[in-house]
Design a protein around this ligand. Structure first.
Ligand SMILES: [Fe+2]
Ligand SMILES: [Fe+2]
Length: 287
């Protein structure tokens, strides 16, 4: 029977790892494929600002949270902060390839500007929706090795590590919301959560698609053939959008909770994959 609460024995562990420092990355680091590379590059550009927004949105509601949730919020914040640090490093590799990412950053700034002056609970609802997105992508990324197959080792390891931690903390924003809206009616919760998910999905898909098209334009790839390839990448093979569609819909079901589906086995699977790629820490020379 699916659970509608976070597992009581879940521990959220920030893994303070570094990837790709001091190493060169190819322009098309994922299988020499401009489309696949643009997908991950465009997503990564949004993370530092996006994750800072998630952290603020959740932190606004930590006051008065039960101890278990308060602990999970602290671990969530640590994980997101480390993710941002690693994506800043990854994004430097993208810029090193000659890409101008200012338009992609502007998309994020514009989206975040819309949230200013909004009630804090609306920002929490948007974070919860986007955390559902990252959890869906993370699940698919680890469950289906095809997505990152052929990618440069350090880059693929970064994405697997990030995905594992997104699965691990996927219930935190949701549980914070359940706590913050504990006095609301079920219908009011469902209505706000659903409307915000629809608006967030539109912004997310539109923003990332425009980001990918801009990076591809800088590669000299434009026009209907490129759009068709992009659509095939999303819906055909590897088909991320097709694979996550059902889980996206489940968000609107009355009994939804991110831990309806316990996919913690994927965390261990990802850890065994990326552990070989973790850069060794500098070991002090023996005296
Ligand atoms: Fe993250
Ligand atoms: Fe997250």
């Amino acid at each position: 029977m699916p659970s509608n609460v976070t597992p009581t024995d879940l521990t959220i562990t920030p893994r303070d790892l570094r990837f790709g420092r001091g190493q060169a990355m190819k322009r098309y680091w994922l299988n020499d494929d401009p489309i696949a590379t643009a997908f991950y590059n465009a997503l990564s550009i949004t993370f530092p600002k996006g994750e800072a927004y998630f952290v603020e949105s959740v932190k606004n509601f930590r006051e008065g949270a039960p101890e278990k949730l308060a602990q999970e919020i602290r671990a969530f914040v640590k994980q997101e902060v480390i993710h941002s640090r690693e994506h800043v490093a990854f994004n430097r590799h993208v810029v090193d390839q000659g890409y101008d990412v200012s338009m992609l950053e502007r998309h994020v700034d514009e989206a975040l500007a819309l949230t200013e002056g909004r009630p804090a609970i609306a920002n929490l609802a948007a974070t919860m929706a986007l955390e559902h997105f990252t959890a869906m992508l993370a699940h698919e990324l680890i469950a289906n090795p095809r997505h990152l197959a052929g990618g440069e080792e350090q880059a693929a390891a970064l994405w697997r590590w990030h995905a594992a931690e997104e699965i691990e903390h996927k219930g935190v924003a949701y549980d914070t919301w359940l706590h913050a809206t504990r006095d609301w009616s079920r219908f009011a919760r469902w209505k706000v959560k659903s409307i915000v998910m629809l608006a967030t999905t539109w912004k997310f898909v539109d923003g990332r698609t425009r980001g990918m098209l801009e990076l591809l334009r800088q590669d000299g790839l434009t026009g209907p053939r490129v759009w068709a390839k992009l659509a095939w990448y999303a819906i055909g093979r590897p088909g991320m959008a097709r694979k996550i569609a059902g889980v996206w819909l489940s968000y609107f079901l009355p009994g939804f909770h991110p831990w309806n589906h316990d996919d913690r086995r994927l965390i261990a699977l990802a850890e065994s994959d990326y552990s070989d790629a973790v850069l060794p820490r500098a070991v002090p020379a023996p005296a």
